[in-house]
Design a protein around this ligand. Structure first.
Ligand code: CTP
Length: 398
């Protein structure tokens, strides 16, 4: 990304502060940022903040003698690899759709021959208004790309679609556009990933769970999304941030995880990383168990559904590629290969959880077990392992 350049048009809206955060993310990645600040944008963020973070001059006027002397507005519109509008207000969107050129931002959008990415931000009514929707459709037909808007509580006190997406998501969309389709071999493919432990209640305050941190599953979801896949991540109770661009479904029990996995079908690939509790208490108690004179209660357990095996055997709805994980403490390869056959999946990624730093830690040393053989991968950080797995999936689905 080091030699890439973005022309960032900052429109007027409360969300303009996110353009400052976006500028920081871009600069940190080595991407050059040249900002254009609209008149309305300057009501919300100052040219000084933007210039300091961008480490470049801020352009504001269409008819500025000094700016025109240094770099004409036509040249400005073509000086970057990508034009980003964030926040893209209803006004800027309307101007671009209508081909207006009354100020520097709209002139730039009309004069450019570079790809354009817009991140809309406006009041929910303005977003839903037929005029805005018509303008969006026009711009999409003209080849403009969009990221967002999000849905949620707004600065104006209303709730609904129209919120600017987070800077990290705009950043990811920018990187994807700058890298081009070759870097996104999983574009158009759907992926399902389970991650984390499950929690099986005993009573309203107690339960059975395990030490899985969810790190490896979350890293795989992130790596698949980076390659362009549409990822649904079904997560047990973990304290991991949701990876950018990933749809997350939070569950607690194995049965909920199974239902959410089935609801996420059809999918091209299923990666079952979750450390699912094998058993649950036959019937969880509705009230808290108290210490009794007779001693601790006797709990009876029943087996949980096997999510991986169930989805492997789901007939026409089965993902083309089903991948299981095997956390083993001994005879790793032998046990994992038996699991491959027993669960009916295509690959097993096995690891030895007695190795320090694997369960709950940041590293993993895995074996990739397929019908064709076994590969032993070097010990590496979990996100590196995730990148390798995602690349292999892309190759297999290619
Ligand atoms: N798995 C699952 N549902 C379960 C149990 C396991 O989907 N109820 C999946 C895990 O996500 C993992 C694989 O099956 O991908 C293997 O999990 P593991 O706990 O190692 O296997 P078990 O079936 O528990 O086998 P064993 O007890 O013999 O180790």
């Amino acid at each position: 990304m080091k030699d890439k350049r973005v022309l960032l048009i900052v429109g007027g809206g409360v969300a303009a502060y996110k353009a400052l955060l976006l500028t920081r993310l871009l600069r940190k990645a080595g991407i050059a940022v040249r900002p254009i600040l609209t008149k309305a944008g300057a009501e919300f963020v100052t040219p000084l903040s933007l210039a300091a973070l961008a480490e470049d001059k801020v352009y504001q006027e269409l008819f500025s003698l000094t700016d025109e002397h240094e770099m004409g507005h036509i040249e400005l519109s073509r000086s970057a690899d990508l034009i980003v509008v964030a926040p893209a207000t209803a006004d800027l969107i309307a101007k671009a759709a209508g081909g207006f050129a009354g100020d520097l931002a709209s002139t730039t959008l009309l004069a450019t021959d570079k790809p354009v990415l817009m991140a809309p931000a406006m009041n929910v009514r303005m977003w839903l208004h037929p005029a805005t929707q018509r303008n969006i459709a026009t711009l999409k037909a003209d080849g403009v790309s969009f990221v967002g808007p999000d849905e949620g509580a707004m600065a104006c006190g209303e709730f609904g679609p129209g919120r600017l997406v987070e800077p990290e998501e705009i950043f990811a969309a920018i990187v994807a556009m700058l890298e081009g389709p070759a870097a996104r071999p999983l574009q158009g493919k759907r992926a399902l990933v389970t991650a984390g432990p499950t929690f099986e209640p005993i009573d309203p305050v107690r339960g059975i769970t395990n030490r899985s941190s969810g790190k490896q599953g979350f890293a795989i979801a992130e790596a698949l999304a980076k390659l362009g896949a549409e990822v649904t991540l079904i997560a047990g109770p973990v304290a991991q941030p949701t990876p950018v661009g990933v749809k997350r479904v939070d569950v607690e029990t194995a049965r909920q995880m199974l239902a959410a996995s089935q609801a996420a079908l059809p999918s091209d690939v299923g990666v079952f990383v979750a450390a699912v509790a094998d058993w649950r208490v036959d019937e969880a108690f509705g009230t808290k168990l108290k210490k009794e004179k007779g001693g601790p209660p006797a709990l009876t357990f029943v087996e949980n559904p096997d999510i991986l095996a169930t989805l492997s055997a789901s007939g026409p709805r089965r993902p083309k590629l089903v991948i299981g994980f095997a956390a083993e403490t001994d005879h790793v390869e032998e046990h994992a290969r038996a699991k491959l056959a027993r669960k009916g999946c295509d690959w097993i990624i096995a690891n030895d959880v007695t190795e320090p730093g694997v369960m709950g830690g940041g590293e993993n040393a895995v074996l990739l077990i397929t019908q064709d053989g076994t590969e032993r991968w070097d010990r590496a950080a979990k996100d590196q392992v995730a990148g390798q797995i995602a690349a292999r999936i892309a190759k297999a689905l290619g």
